[in-house]
Design a protein. Sequence first.
Length: 131
Amino acid sequence: MKKIILIFTLVMSLAGITNSFAQDKKQKSPDEMAQNRSAMWKKELALTDDQTAQLKTALSDRITKVGQAKGLTDKGAKKTAVTAAKTEFDTKAKSIFTPEQYAKFTAKKEELKKKNQAKKGADKVVEEDLD
């Protein structure tokens, strides 16, 4: 009987620990995400403080608009809204950056896009292997 109680207590403790780790991830606000991304781009592209502030505003706007678009139920309208937000951001980014910075920005963006696609592709391969 003591062993059963001990095992039960151990299992419940592990379940509580696992649950607490799962809850640590919280959704960041658009401003927090924009702050993090603008700091990353500041380092990557050697941006001035003025450029960083303009970029943070543009990123925050884009993140907010994409978030609102994700709430739409119509897939066509959602895709159109997301594409419009991204296009608007790219236009703003082009006016914020110097031509050299914009070239680095687009190259790095493509690199990150390929990396994310490769990561998603690897996840699909793993799922297919499990079937």
